[in-house]
Design a protein around this ligand. Structure first.
Ligand code: SF4
Length: 448
């Protein structure tokens, strides 16, 4: 990089990456839990993709029954600590809380869930769940991300032998590698991995299916296979200069930040982030918190159309990120390293097939920004090459097609869930899919 941002002191890094939503004290948790109205139809539960019985777990917190509370949560969601910290609660459970209608603050469901889950992981409790006796059936799972972990835990509980094959050196997928460290720590994800292993699940890390172990081997060994492979490599910008030193993918950048070894992560003095989704916002705020002096976020559509949640946008603004809306990158400048970026202003053109007005460049509106680093965050490709190796597997627009109840694919040996069936949603959606697919698989074998 031409200009690297000045390293901060250890204390400054810790302040910059302190938790956005710290834990409740025990008293504060009880006070907050006592605000819950225990609504009969609990809209909060309906809004949660895993349908956690929210009023019940909150009630248990109010009576000091934290073990029972954790059990209620885990019965619906195997990766509940990650979800407590990383879920966009404002648009899910808390967004549905009846207090919003009264113009009052919703119950802090995410922080209460975290309170119960922290207690569970900080205390040695007798096992909360007793797996059923082994049924002699073995299932292979591709990918130890949230969908794979949830599927594995549920299957283990139902009596299956489960082996997860994970390409990376640590399990957890996005929970371990892709969540901003001021939202949750990598060690939280590892607690969940350890818990799921305690149910009898085997996890083979550093094992890429199709390279370190053949798909055929898996098919011979297991009666069923769950695809929880997530998405593939990030999408390219397709502009000149993309190969210059200093151009990085947002997920790779975030992955380098999550282990909290701040001094090891170089960041440019001036950084341009391309894209305006939640990952782009994470990358931009992390770059700023690592010491970048200027961070520009460049998005070809308008503020109204940016895919990031409002609260993420507010966070980025409070971190001093500068937004360039209706602006597209044209080329990245520099001989061997990034020295700048040339952009062009955009305006909304004619509506496309979906009725969405397409942004189009305004002639002669080019301008340049001097930057030392470009972070690309314009989406991820689907793992099409890998999926194409599975016979009779139907895909739609690259995504695996599954039956809505059972999550079984068009190849009856395979089930699938998470990002590879939805193109990239929240961790909590993957947690739901994995559990539902395990139940679908079990029903399939019971009916045979
Ligand atoms: Fe409690 Fe709010 Fe859920 Fe009602 S909607 S049960 S008040 S958390």
């Amino acid at each position: 990089m031409k200009n690297v941002a000045k390293k901060l002191t250890a204390r400054e890094y810790e302040i910059n990456f302190a938790e956005l939503h710290p834990a409740f004290t025990p008293n504060a948790a009880v006070v907050e839990a006592n605000r819950c109205l225990y609504c009969y139809d609990s809209p909060c539960t309906q809004a949660c993709p895993t349908h956690i019985d929210i009023p019940t777990f909150i009630k248990k917190i109010s009576t000091g029954n934290l073990k029972g509370s954790a059990k209620t949560i885990l019965e619906s969601n195997w990766i509940a600590l990650t979800c407590a910290k990383a879920c966009p609660v404002k648009v899910l459970c808390e967004g549905a809380c009846v207090y919003n209608e009264k113009g009052e603050e919703p119950i802090r469901i995410g922080r209460l869930q975290r309170h119960a889950m922290d207690w569970f992981y900080d205390h040695k409790t007798p096992p909360l769940f007793a797996p059923a006796p082994r049924n002699g059936k073995s299932v292979g799972i591709i990918g130890a991300g949230p969908a794979g972990l949830a599927c594995a835990a549920e299957l283990a509980l139902l009596g299956y032998e489960v082996t997860i094959y994970e390409a990376k050196n640590k399990a957890g997928g996005l929970d371990t590698w892709g969540i901003a460290p001021y939202k949750m720590m990598q060690k939280d994800s590892m607690k969940e991995v350890k818990f799921i292993k305690s149910l009898g699940v085997k996890i083979k890390t550093n094992t890429r299916v199709g390279k370190d172990v053949a798909l055929k081997q898996l098919e011979r060994k297991h009666v069923a296979i769950f695809i929880g492979a997530g998405l593939g490599r990030p999408t390219s910008l397709h502009i000149p200069g993309e190969k210059l030193k200093g151009v990085v993918d947002a997920l790779d950048f975030i992955e380098r930040v999550t282990p909290r070894q701040w001094h090891r992560v170089d960041v440019g003095k001036r950084v341009a982030v391309i894209g305006a989704g939640n990952t782009a916002i994470d990358a931009a705020t992390e770059a700023k918190r690592l010491g970048a002096e200027e961070v520009y976020l460049i998005y070809r559509r308008s503020e109204k159309e940016m895919p990031a949640y409002d609260f993420e946008f507010e966070l980025a603004k409070s971190d001093g990120i500068q937004f360039y809306f209706q602006t597209a990158p044209k080329r990245i400048l520099g001989k061997t390293v990034v020295e700048g970026i040339e952009c062009i202003k955009m305006r909304l053109g004619k509506p496309d097939a979906e009725g969405r007005r397409r942004p189009e460049p305004i002639p002669r509106s080019e301008f340049r920004l001097a930057v030392d680093m470009v972070i690309k965050s314009v989406g991820q490709n689907i793992e099409e090459t890998f999926l194409a190796k599975i016979p009779n597997l139907e895909t739609n627009d690259g995504m695996v097609v599954v039956k809505s109840e059972s999550y079984q694919t068009t190849n009856s040996k395979y089930f699938a869930g998470g990002d590879c069936i939805n193109g990239g949603k929240e961790v909590v959606n993957a947690a739901h899919d994995g559990k539902a697919a395990a139940q679908g698989m079990d029903q399939f074998f019971n009916e045979q």
